[in-house]
Write a protein that binds this ligand. Sequence first.
Ligand SMILES: Nc1nc2c(ncn2[C@@H]2O[C@H](COP(=O)(O)OP(=O)(O)OP(=O)(O)O)[C@@H](O)[C@H]2O)c(=O)[nH]1
Ligand SMILES: [Mg+2]
Length: 267
Amino acid sequence: MHPDLPRSVWVVVPTYNERENLASLVSAVRSVLDESAPDHTILVVDDSSPDGTGELAEELAAADTHVKVLHRSEKQGLGPAYIAGFRRALDGGAGLIVEMDADFSHDPSYLASMLEAARDADLVLGSRYVKGGGVRNWGIVRRFVSRGGCLYAQAVLGAPIRDLTGGFKCFRREVLEAIDFAHVRAQGYAFQVELTYRALQMGFRVVEVPIVFTERRAGHSKMSRRIVLEAAWMVPSLRYGKHPPQAPGPAARLETDTVEGPGGGHL
Ligand SMILES: Nc1nc2c(ncn2[C@@H]2O[C@H](COP(=O)(O)OP(=O)(O)OP(=O)(O)O)[C@@H](O)[C@H]2O)c(=O)[nH]1
Ligand SMILES: [Mg+2]
């Protein structure tokens, strides 16, 4: 579909109290992208972390022109942080925009296969629930919440995507340009579901590539009951609510693929 990859890749990394992870994460992402996408920028979006992550990000940016920082005055959740980061990346001329966590749950080595898949897709999802994907070091409760959440969202939205709540994704800029951020309200997992659903509804081609998700390396989770509940009530409103995604155009299709072909098994 797309013969060439866009040259400029921006990786947006939201942080809140990730001081212990950030320097090694940035250096791991840098070495993968030095190989696969030399024109790249890592944008750290920090919500004034009390542990000094923002100051550390400044130091990393001062030492490396491939690293930039966006500081926000208060913790407002993942969704608003990503939207601010996306706007900055689009203004900066990004052709591909990657979302990833700072805590090593998203192994930077997958960036290469995700970028490769973006040759033939508008949105690439790093997926735990296709063949070859999975989760490591998660307890039964966390597995149940994640798997149940994906199946729930899949059923409510009628979206043929195995991993709707994951946060390791690669967008072509056209997808983000087409999404009206003013109507995106979700903060947590619902934000991930919302963006993918909007992309599907607009007829963009969405592909899942397998990733194995691991428990965060250091620091503390920001997952909360509130974020899970937000997803539970917001998912139906994506389909039936006041600001449903744009109506599908003539080219729209709810069609997806996994890179290893159909038939990927559920975990
Ligand atoms: N800027 C910003 N980043 C956030 C906020 N909440 C979470 N993050 C970052 O978003 C990423 C994902 O958050 P996590 O706390 O790892 O959430 P999670 O992956 O659902 O939970 P764990 O698996 O337990 O780590 C991490 O890089 C966080 O630092 C926020 O309010 N603002
Ligand atoms: Mg995490």
